[in-house]
Design a binder for this molecule. Structure first.
Ligand code: CA
Length: 312
């Protein structure tokens, strides 16, 4: 059981109905506080002022040093940390040339906010040193609590490019721990994403893997009744499963959801046996936490077609 992870899980299944079959997305919620050195800005929701050349704001928090967000000054980038964190360090890796053809640095300010209304200046670039691969690191011995971090680039100083007025950020990294004095939302991650999936069959190229690829435009499909099973590839403490069937035109599905530790013995965790039309919220099943590795959905019927579809 050394693979056991202390996580809560919600499972989302997307089912379409006309020729398709179920699809799965499984979310896990971390219940422990995060490690102090984890970059809490990584892959968090981010917005910005007008982007330049399709260099979207997500590129500033994607963990990749070869992608960057770009905007025209005054440039603003704001990341939602999705919780209240006591911030201990911020590292801003602004754009630098490799090799250096045009050294540059920015005049910028970094703000912290609890509510997106009041912003406090917590750091600023106030010298003329060029941007470097190490970025600019700000350590806060006196931590402060923030939910949002905003960077404002005011002016660009670029060698041999006096008219350069764009701000580029390769990575914005934020470090800190959840502040227990504030109520923090449960942060969920999809533990089914790209995990191993098996099914009773498939229709055409709609293979079971498309049920867990986090792409709503791809789907797993099978004709007639069938089942889909996700191997989480580890043990998780699950307390919620959400099944999200296709919900247009008032159709409904009947199905059963099972969970299993070993893939041999199954416990029913939920079922839909009524005629209630499917909705965009899907069907949620909550129960006392169970440690499981497998989740299986057995499709019984749908109201619109003798075949069963699922997509995500
Ligand atoms: Ca990047």
């Amino acid at each position: 059981m050394n693979l056991k992870k202390k996580l809560k899980i919600s499972l989302i299944l997307s089912l379409v109905l006309v020729l398709l079959f179920p699809t799965m997305t499984i979310f896990a919620s971390e219940t422990k506080s995060r490690a102090a050195r984890e970059n809490i800005a990584l892959n968090k929701p981010v917005t910005s002022s007008k982007i330049e050349n399709s260099n979207i704001p997500e590129y500033a928090v994607d963990g990749k040093e070869n992608t960057f967000w770009a905007s025209v000054n005054p440039s603003e980038l704001e990341v939602d940390l999705q919780g209240f964190y006591k911030i201990s360090e911020i590292n801003l890796m602004a754009y630098f040339d490799v090799p250096a053809n045009a050294e540059r640095y920015y005049d910028y300010e970094i703000y912290a906010s609890m509510d997106q209304e009041k912003y406090d200046l917590v750091a600023k670039k106030s010298d003329t040193s060029w941007n470097t691969p190490q970025g600019d690191t700000y350590v806060f011995n006196d931590t402060f609590t923030a939910h949002y971090i905003k960077v404002k680039i005011l002016k660009t100083h670029a060698e041999n490019q006096p008219n350069n007025n764009t701000g580029h950020i390769k990575e914005l990294r934020v470090y800190g721990e959840l502040d227990p004095e504030y109520e923090n939302p449960v942060i969920k991650s999809n533990v089914a994403l790209n995990k191993t999936v098996t099914a009773s069959g498939q229709e055409g190229s709609s293979n079971p893997g498309k049920a867990v690829d986090n792409n709503v435009n791809s789907f797993w499909a099978v004709a007639g009744e069938g089942w889909l099973e996700v191997d989480l590839e580890g043990y998780f403490d699950v307390d919620e499963i959400n099944v999200l069937p296709y919900y247009s035109d008032g159709r409904y599905y009947n199905y059963e959801v099972y969970v299993s530790v070993n893939g041999l013995d199954y416990i029913k965790a939920g079922e839909k046996k009524d005629n209630t039309p499917q909705t965009k919220d899907g069907d949620t099943y909550t129960f006392d936490t169970k440690t499981i590795r497998f989740v299986k959905v057995k499709m019984l019927s749908n109201s619109a077609n003798p075949s069963i579809h699922a997509y995500k």
